[in-house]
Design a protein around this ligand. Structure first.
Ligand code: TPP
Ligand code: MG
Length: 373
């Protein structure tokens, strides 16, 4: 499934003029667009399957998803190169998939099985595959922001043209760690991209009780650009991320990208969202990022309705197979519980996938090995 995600066809630049007025800047090929839809559909299908497993009592603890926010993690991570690094949060499964995690490993992780990304140590979404250039999620919010700054600082010190990207919700911007990360990034002009997901609520707290000055505006106070983007438009997110990644790689410092969106499920599966006004929910359901993009592929990018339906159907089938594999995975051996608790030896992070066709045509194959941690 992943192998056919992007086919280098060298047409990215040729189509640049014709598509110059598009939000993506004409960079995306037909195969890229199919991949963007596929990854968003994969996130939705995998999370829906995870929710079912939770309701069947197969997931310990609670269950969290990013329903309605798929365009953000998919569009932003799509702009990175294999050697770039990510700190991925609880609404961003799409970024794990873009980097190369497969849904069977994700579902096995939620069930605490041996074939989960953490080998059964976490029964939730606190993971990151180090082999794919991702740091395991730190649950305290927004402590992944200083971690991303640390990686970006390493790139800067070594003179490497690499970028760190991380995510946080708008609620997390009220925490002091957020200020420290923004300040450090600004002072050091770090090659870091901050993806802010304003999904209107931090648990049940609405925007108007979270801040007076929008966090995107605060970026200027830290000395770098803050950009507002429609978080339900995958190409708009990609375009903003691509520009920010380019700036970071060129040594021009950080960017804060504020993605306006809506959390369409409860904070976790245990939350009935009774605090969300029904008309607000209704308004945002009309802006579902997957439906919107599927329609746009047909209206503007020469896809047939059948092609789009086929992509969605293939993804569903693939995720169903993945769920079977996850269910067949055993519980971990008890003696493995103490493995990896302490860093016995320093290990380099590996490189993730970068399915964007431009990286393939410029750099040869994607997912190349060899870059340092
Ligand atoms: C420092 C800290 N306080 C509280 C929590 C518990 N918690 C997890 S997610 C969350 C809501 C965060 O809201 P926001 O940053 O807007 O992200 P969202 O969940 O809406 O994506 C809370 C309070 C936490 N993980 N870390
Ligand atoms: Mg929020």
């Amino acid at each position: 499934m992943r192998g056919d995600v992007a086919v280098a066809n060298g047409s990215a630049r040729a189509s640049a003029k014709a598509e110059a007025r598009e939000p993506s800047g004409g960079l995306l090929t037909r195969a890229d667009r199919a991949a963007l839809l596929r990854f968003m559909a994969m996130m939705r299908a995998a999370e829906e399957r995870g929710l079912t497993l939770y309701r069947q009592g197969k997931v310990p603890g609670s269950f969290y998803d990013g329903c309605g926010q798929e365009a953000i993690s998919v569009g932003s991570s799509f702009a990175l190169r294999p050697e770039d690094r990510m700190c991925i949060l609880h609404r961003d499964l799409g970024a794990h998939f873009v980097r190369g995690v497969t849904p069977d490993r994700y579902l096995a992780n939620y069930m605490g099985r041996a074939d989960g990304v953490t080998g059964g140590k976490d029964g939730n979404m606190h993971f990151g595959d180090p082999q794919l250039g991702c740091v395991g999620m730190v649950s305290m919010l927004p402590d992944m922001a200083p971690v991303a700054c640390g990686m970006a600082m390493a790139f800067k010190i070594r003179g490497e043209k690499r970028v760190a990207m991380t995510y946080f919700g708008e609620g997390s911007t009220a925490n002091g760690q957020w200020h420290e990360a923004m300040n450090l990034a600004g002072v050091q002009r770090l090659p870091v991209v901050f993806m802010l997901e304003n999904n209107q609520f931090a648990y049940s707290t609405p925007n108007e009780l979270e801040f007076v000055v929008d966090p995107v505006e605060r970026a200027h106070a830290y000395g770098f650009p803050g950009v507002d983007v429609d978080g339900n438009d995958v190409e708009a997110v990609f375009a903003a991320a691509n520009e920010a990644v380019g700036r970071a790689r060129a040594g021009d410092g950080p960017t804060l990208i504020g993605c306006r969106t809506m959390r369409m499920h409860g904070h976790g599966a245990h939350d009935d969202m009774s605090y969300v006004p029904p008309e607000m929910f209704e308004e945002w359901s009309q802006r579902d990022p997957i439906d919107v993009y599927a329609k746009r592929l047909v209206a503007d990018h020469g896809f047939s309705a059948d092609e789009v339906d086929q992509i969605k159907a293939e993804v569903k089938e693939y995720v169903a197979d993945c769920a079977e594999r996850a269910l067949a995975s055993p519980m971990p051996e008890p003696e493995r519980a103490t493995e990896g608790v302490f860093a016995d030896a320093w290990q380099k992070l590996g490189n993730g996938d970068a399915p964007w066709s431009r990286w393939q045509s410029e750099n040869g194959s994607h997912g190349a090995n060899g870059a340092s941690a």
